[in-house]
Write a protein that binds this ligand. Structure first.
Ligand code: OOB
Length: 557
């Protein structure tokens, strides 16, 4: 069994790199990959759970059969616009029923959704539209004060492949200059018509956006069968059952809330998914209470907010049994507060849109749950930790994580040149993450290869220094970045925010604090910048790239 490598136009390199035939055959033989597609799975979920509620968003409560029917009509609408199997469509929809309908409807029409985040702007949307050659852009007309319709028109003027804007919400405009505007609701009113044949289970189901905070985002093809396995195995690890209620706080287009186990894992288990329009405690706590939410997922900066809010708001979080935390390093001190403050179990998740997922298990001892980022999801995940020359390190020492497996990509979409550096010739994905592996098989994330500041030849680990900075009572968030320096090559800059009511610590005071903790002189920040807040990525991680750009700009004016 080989994988589809689709081609369009005069390209010489394939768009998608498949798994070698012998690995693919093994994944099928061993039951990781099944002959299933995501839209086909929705059909069988609807047959199983027909009248059960699948998705809750605002006042809408969508049953499984209803979702299936809406996906059919949307698929018919997409086909009626002239989109054909193999086309790509950029999806930028906030957490709501439209996201779910568009996701399954597009896939049912054979169109591959490019899943962008609501926070993406012109730079990302134009880049991802061009890279994917998308024919359509699906978005709300306006959202959070931002005019997505105008953005769509701008991108259409710049990228020739883009012919359709499909917009949610009232408004008018039929498009100009070769781009056609359609209303999402109207598309959904199309009577269900004949559908194209089900896609190949080995073909890309979705294109995810890479989460790396350096460089331009890349696209990650996830096939039907690899993503179905990803969601199913994740649901098993989280013991999701029909009675569970999953709250999608993070933007649903991100891999974590989408398939780890997220929306897809919850629907597969026959559970209910509640779409949360914003991840802050103000909105989320009310939904947890009203919908009796049992499981949700957050990034670390939000965990802090939730813990603080649970202290002063009289929140009823009694239904919550599991909080998954991942996406960035969770400080052990914060991890230790979760169960006490929120009254639920914690699960650490170290994952990536590229594939590999690590979870602490629900029956792991507390110390592993608090201090590690979990162990690989699948028995078929292969893990290697290597030094700068690509040689395996001694067990238990820090090195770069490389991986292969049944749900880890073998190449980014249309990125032959980059793929040559991000993958070894025998298919290992070089994650860029620095980890160490404990005897139990659990991984501890120690930072990123590129987040080591080279200060005149001394290596300063940003993650390590950030952890020490957060040990200071006046500091509530910290990001360490390297700034160009004429003498040192790079100097260490710590950008921090102050804890509420605390006075900003001066550099000297911080230096003394860090030396007292036993840090070497070269680890002491050369510069400390105090900010009101730190910029965040679309999913809510600290955005170091933007921070570095901002600091760079400030210094050149
Ligand atoms: C998740 O996916 P992405 O693609 O947005 O980001 C992946 C990167 C990883 O390579 C790693 O550098 C970092 O985010 N990361 C973590 C982490 N989880 C992810 N770093 C430290 N500790 C963790 N627990 O972020 C993602 C995808 C699926 C599930 C969970 C997170």
């Amino acid at each position: 069994m080989t994988d589809t490598t689709s081609r369009t136009g005069p390209r010489t390199a394939p768009d998608v790199v498949g798994w070698p035939a012998d690995d693919a055959a093994r994944y099928v033989r061993e039951g990781y990959w099944r002959a299933e597609t995501l839209p086909g799975l929705l059909r069988s979920w609807a047959a199983r759970s027909g009248t059960d509620v699948a998705v809750v968003a605002g006042a809408e409560r969508l049953g499984y059969a209803e979702l299936d029917a809406r996906a059919d009509r949307f698929a018919a609408g997409v086909a009626a616009l002239g989109m054909v199997p193999g086309d790509r469509a950029v999806v930028q929809l906030p957490n709501g029923t439209e996201f779910v309908v568009a996701l399954f409807g597009l896939m049912r029409a054979g169109v591959v959704p490019v899943l962008t985040l609501p926070a993406h702007r012109r730079l990302e949307i134009e880049h991802l539209t061009r890279l994917s050659g998308a024919v359509a852009y699906l978005a709300p007309r306006r959202h959070g004060g931002f005019d997505h319709a105008a953005l769509g028109r701008e991108v259409a003027a710049a990228v020739a492949s883009l012919r359709h804007l499909v917009l949610v919400g009232d408004g008018d405009g039929t498009g100009a200059g070769g781009v056609r505007e359609s209303s999402f609701a109207e598309l959904e009113r199309t009577p269900a018509g004949p559908l194209p044949p089900e896609p190949d289970p080995g073909a890309p189901a979705v294109l995810l956006v890479s989460g790396g905070t350096t460089g331009k985002p890349k696209l990650i093809p996830r096939t039907h069968r690899d993503y179905a396995y990803n969601a199913r195995a994740s649901a098993e690890v989280c013991r999701l059952v029909r009675d569970d209620v999953y709250l999608s706080c993070l933007p649903a287009a991100h891999n974590f809330p989408l398939a780890c186990p997220g929306l897809l894992g919850a629907l597969g288990a026959g559970a209910r998914v509640v779409m949360c329009p914003a991840p802050g405690p103000e909105v989320a706590f009310g939904l947890i209470k009203a919908e009796r939410v049992t499981v949700t997922a957050l990034v670390p900066p939000l965990v802090r907010l939730w813990i603080d809010a649970a202290g002063w708001e009289r929140a009823d979080l009694s239904s919550l049994r599991l909080l998954q935390v991942g996406g960035a390093r969770l400080m052990p001190a914060v991890a230790a507060e979760v169960t006490r403050a929120l009254g639920c179990a914690l699960q650490q998740v170290f994952g990536m849109a590229e594939g590999l997922l690590n979870y602490t298990r629900l029956d792991d001892p507390d110390d592993l749950v608090l201090t590690t980022q979990g162990r690989p999801l699948s028995p078929a995940d292969e893990i290697r930790v290597v030094d700068g020359d690509g040689r395996p390190v001694e067990p238990g020492t820090v090195g770069e994580l490389r991986t292969r497996g049944p749900y880890t990509l073998r190449g980014y979409y249309r990125a032959a040149e980059y793929n040559a550096t991000a993958f070894t010739p025998d298919g290992w994905f070089c994650t860029g993450d620095l980890v160490r592996v404990l005897p139990s098989g659990h991984l501890v994330v120690e930072g990123r290869v590129k987040e080591v500041v080279n200060r005149g030849g001394e290596n300063v680990s940003a993650a390590e220094l950030e952890e020490h900075l957060l040990g200071h009572p006046a500091i509530s968030a910290a990001a360490v970045i390297g700034l160009p320096d004429p003498l040192l090559g790079e100097r260490v800059c710590a950008v921090v925010t102050c804890a509420e009511g605390a006075e900003a610590p001066r550099r000297k005071v911080l230096g003394a604090f860090l030396r007292e903790r036993g840090l070497a002189a070269f680890m002491i920040p050369d510069e400390v910048v105090v900010r009101e807040s730190l910029p965040l990525t679309g999913v809510g991680k600290i955005d170091k790239r933007r921070l570095a750009d901002e600091l760079g700009r400030e210094r050149h004016v």
